[in-house]
Design a protein around this ligand. Sequence first.
Ligand code: NDP
Ligand SMILES: O=C1OC[C@@H](O)[C@H](O)[C@H]1O
Length: 380
Amino acid sequence: MFSLISFVKRVNKGNNPPLVEKASNPLRFGVLGAARIAPDAIIKPARCHDDVEVIAVAARNKDRADEFAKKWDLPKSYGGATAYQDLLDDGDIDAVYIGLPNSLHFEWTMKALALGKHVLCEKPIADNEEETRKMFAFAEEKNLILLEAWQVRFHPAIQRVKAIVEEGSLGKMVSMTTHLGVWNSVFFVKDDIRFNYSLGGGGLMDMGPYPINCMRYLASCEPVIDSAEAICRSENIDRRIETHMTFGALPATIITDSAMEGWGPFQLIPQWIKMVLRVDCEEGAVEIRNYVLPHVWHSITVLPKNGKPRVEKAYKPLEGKGEEWWSAYRYQLEAFMDKVRGRKPQAWRSAEDSISSMHIIDTIYTKCGLALRPNSEFKL
Ligand SMILES: NC(=O)C1=CN([C@@H]2O[C@H](COP(=O)(O)OP(=O)(O)OC[C@H]3O[C@@H](n4cnc5c(N)ncnc54)[C@H](OP(=O)(O)O)[C@@H]3O)[C@@H](O)[C@H]2O)C=CC1
Ligand SMILES: O=C1OC[C@@H](O)[C@H](O)[C@H]1O
């Protein structure tokens, strides 16, 4: 009962964070695209960050832009065919959040960097490794912050799993496995950008960054992809991919499935969601449930071979900044701002980190015999 009440309180506060008083010269963000993810990823986190203000949105349709601005109390909105460029040309804007389809991440990140704006760009950061390299090289040249918004890395839950594994009582890691699956009709809309090849879609593009990067983080090294096999929903668009890889001597399996089959006769009983990552060690195992959105709810189960299982939660770091109700996106914004302001963030994702992640996605597609997501035609 107590945990249900604290769950409701935490989620409610995370969804409706308090509006804090702003510093005298906060970083002013513009949002490219009235995307579904934008409120959670940037608007709500900014409300409770004293050094950030979201001042504008741009959408291809003016009414949509105005509606979004009204709903989220943003002073400016840009709409129409030139809206994204108009927002970038706004001299009041210091940074942009990009929640556009993957195929547009390259173009709008490059344009924003060219105009001197810092960029927080959604995962996966680009269509492929080649684009990713160019984006980070350009950010470095312009001396601007570019971060791929893979928020899980910033949340204490995955950091706690790493600490448990490294603390040593479970012995050496022997394997990692995850099956990340969702029931198609609940999570995706009709004509979802995720399943459109020309928009950089694909099940692995959408879900792959989570298990690939959690495993890279836990293993502290890069994997070799041994095999990968896809079941497609349309040409070059994977529904399910099973990948076997090795991190040094450590075998790992990742299954991503964007349309899990149901159970029982005619698969009548839907399987809603599967989001467990398990690390087996010589002396036991550790499992994290819901590593994708850990701030909503998660559980970390430690299963020692010679001892009692225990369950842990990690909504707040043991040391450093954070609140129980902070979402992973809020932790991410804190780190982004630390970087922009020249402070050392609690956690960070480097250029190499994002490049490696895209390299792995490209390699898995190639192993499956599927085409890489196409390069943007945009040239700076
Ligand atoms: N980190 C996370 O937790 C999550 C990340 N994401 C990532 O965020 C991005 C957006 O996802 P999501 O919010 O679900 O997507 P939506 O479909 O809700 O939003 C995409 C936005 O892209 C704009 N857009 C521009 N060109 C096109 C086009 N040709 N077709 C469709 N949309 C277009 C639209 O903006 P306009 O308003 O101008 O019409 C739309 O608002 C993806 O990269 C996805 O991987 C998504 C969910 C969670
Ligand atoms: O990034 C994401 O996280 C949650 C998923 O359900 C969603 O498809 C994806 O875009």
